[in-house]
Design a protein around this ligand. Structure first.
Ligand code: PHE
Length: 344
């Protein structure tokens, strides 16, 4: 026989488990605890009524109530454990700096136009049998000038607007021709090297001049090296780097103390056939200084000019990058502006 207390226990039990199932936060759980399990809660209230029951009812309702109480506490603890775990996980995710999914959202970076061009240059020259060489940016007067046939008081020094360091005789290299000297001092012919790197000159900065710029230097020394090999090497390189087989070159006399004869190389404009703003309507672009290595230079580096000859060339890598990518202001190249860099 069901007593009114049995009935109310059923309702309490149904409501309790229902509330527990839907609880999602620690606050909701606490409300349930206060309402049902606390000292003034429903279960304590029902327990309080036990003592007033006739013995018969007490013996049947007592175990039912106890059973419900044990199950209620057990279910409450399980739910509490679940909710605490959920909340800790949520907090962890919100504060964690390690989120593997975040990487998917990152935009990919690209290589700087300098890096892309240097890779291309090196690949072209490696395919022609050249080796990659390197040298320091802080140099001595001897390597930057003396060994290249530019002694103290030589007027050619004026063109170099040198940054001298506080240490006497030390400077920031003004050209990559220093790598010629290092290579010739370290290795014996036949020698074919190419070097790219930063150079420094104390110049007023504008759209086409910066105190730091990059050059690329090439050097070839062997027996009976001729100007026609210089022409062939530089023309092949220019056609490959601008990806145009019809690029032509022309030689003009030029003066560089470390080569004799000194030669300026112009290339036909890769961007037009009848004159444009890049070639200043001349159809030719001045691109490279070059020549046959001066016998003094070979001798000062320990190579016998009676047995060996060689050619050297040097061009503005910065200028080449600007031409190749249509960059009109050198300062953009060194600016690290993301809007600029994202275009490449
Ligand atoms: N070093 C020269 C310059 O900076 C370029 C050059 C290199 C000229 C090699 C001749 C041979 O202008």
């Amino acid at each position: 026989m069901n007593t009114p207390l049995d009935e109310s226990l059923k309702i309490v039990s149904r409501d309790y488990f229902n509330a527990l199932e839907h609880a999602q936060t620690a606050e909701q759980l606490e409300e349930i605890r206060l309402k049902y399990l606390s000292r003034n809660g429903t279960i304590a209230h029902l327990m309080g009524q036990l003592k007033d029951l006739p013995p018969q009812e007490k013996s049947t309702f007592g175990p039912l109530l106890n059973n419900f109480k044990n199950k209620a506490v057990e279910a409450f603890e399980a739910k509490r454990f679940h909710i605490i775990n959920q909340e800790i996980l949520k907090k962890q995710q919100a504060h964690s700096s390690f989120d593997v999914t975040a990487y998917k959202a990152q935009p990919y970076g690209t290589l700087h136009p300098y890096t892309q061009t240097i890779e291309e240059i090196e690949n072209i020259f490696i395919s022609m049998g050249f080796e990659i060489a390197d040298g320091p940016e802080i140099e001595t007067d001897v390597i930057n000038f003396e060994a290249l046939n530019i002694p103290a008081d030589h007027p050619a020094r004026d063109m170099h607007d040198t940054f001298w360091l506080d240490v006497p005789g030390m400077l920031l290299r003004t050209h990559t021709s220093t790598v010629q000297v290092h290579s010739m001092m370290q290795k014996r012919p036949p020698l074919a090297v190419i070097a790219t790197g930063r150079c420094y000159r104390h110049e007023a900065t504008d759209a086409s001049h910066d105190i730091m710029f990059m050059q690329c230097e090439g050097l070839f020394i062997d027996k009976n090296v001729s100007i026609s090999q210089l022409l062939g090497t530089t023309t092949t390189f220019l056609q490959a780097i601008f990806k145009k087989n019809d690029i032509k070159t022309r030689f003009r006399p030029g003066f560089f103390p470390f080569v004799e004869p000194g030669i300026e190389i112009d290339m036909s404009c890769p961007f037009c056939t009848s004159g444009c703003s890049t070639c200043k309507k001349t159809r030719w672009i001045e691109i490279c200084g070059s020549g046959l290595i001066h016998p003094h230079v070979l001798r000062s580096c320990g190579i016998d000019p009676d047995h060996y000859s060689g050619f050297a060339f040097g061009f503005g890598l910065t200028r080449l990058v600007m031409l190749k990518y249509g960059i009109y202001d050198i300062r953009l190249l060194h600016s690290a502006h993301l809007d600029f860099l994202r275009q490449f």
